[in-house]
Design a protein around this ligand. Structure first.
Ligand SMILES: [Zn+2]
Length: 268
């Protein structure tokens, strides 16, 4: 084989390997909407085998609302209501997820003692990017981390506020891990939690979940600007007959930002 044909072969192989992810690098893919979840639409609509085609970094939940999902470096994890972290099979399904191929475009060191509120204020002040979606990754150690998870539900599914009223919450001290999540602009309320929606995964997989609060020990924040968005909506009677024009921001605040019942992570 001469040099030219080797080059052609290499180019052909590159095209075979790169197509999907290279095209989707700046896109966030959203499965269903947060308002559908608020309304109790917890049936899985896309398998994790299919979801991984759209990204290697993300958050979401599982069929029947069985826990909090964290996708990191292409691996999918399920933080169940018992506080433990489980691997996710490709055949499991999700009713709601946000996913992207994460590529850090900005790196911001976070000072020790900075809490979640202060990080949000700092980003608002220093990064004047409020109208596009962004992937957020915070890597490091945390003085404090408070998360929650939710137990799987049975039909007829109750609305999310009913479920989260009794959600188990978990507190960690001096824990190494990764915060994974997204920034959603305010003008697209109803799709995801406006502002920041973050999940946590401990490095040693001893816990994680949907973040309620945290304080950094030593960490770096990475931003990935995502000016493109793909929305995959459930095309089924439950979704198509739902009343989605109502403003549910109060319900959303109650369900996604407030505490529940404190539980200890079950570390058997
Ligand atoms: Zn969440």
């Amino acid at each position: 084989m001469n040099t030219r044909s080797i080059l052609c072969l290499l180019l052909a192989l590159t095209c075979l390997i790169l197509p999907a992810s290279a095209q989707r690098d700046n896109a966030l893919t959203q499965i269903s909407t947060i308002d559908a979840i608020l309304n109790g639409l917890y049936d899985g609509v896309l398998s994790f085998g299919e979801l991984r085609e759209y990204g290697n970094f993300g958050i979401g939940t599982f069929h029947s609302l069985d826990g909090e999902m964290v996708a990191l470096d292409g691996a999918f994890y399920q933080v169940k209501a018992d506080g433990r972290v489980y691997d996710v099979t490709d055949t499991a399904t999700t009713p709601f997820s946000s996913i992207a191929f994460f590529q850090a475009e900005k790196e911001i060191p976070i000072a020790s003692g900075t809490n979640y509120q202060e990080i949000q204020a700092h980003l608002k002040e220093t990064i004047p990017v409020e109208n596009i979606f962004q992937g957020i990754k915070i890597l490091g150690t945390f003085q404090y981390m408070k998360t929650r998870s939710v137990p799987g539900q049975t039909k007829p599914y109750p609305p999310l506020v009913k479920v989260t009223a009794n959600q188990p919450t978990f507190e960690f001290h001096d824990i190494a891990g990764t915060v994974v999540g997204f920034y959603t602009p305010d003008y697209v309320g109803g799709l995801n939690v406006p502002g920041y929606h973050l999940h946590f995964l401990a490095d040693d997989k001893s816990g994680g979940g949907h973040i309620l609060d945290f304080i950094v020990r030593d960490a770096t924040l990475f931003l990935d600007y995502l000016p493109e968005i793909r929305i995959i909506l459930p095309n089924n009677p439950d979704f198509n007959s739902l009343e989605l024009s109502k403003d549910r921001s109060n319900e959303l605040n109650q369900a996604e930002r407030e505490g529940g019942k404190k539980a200890e992570p079950d570390n058997r």
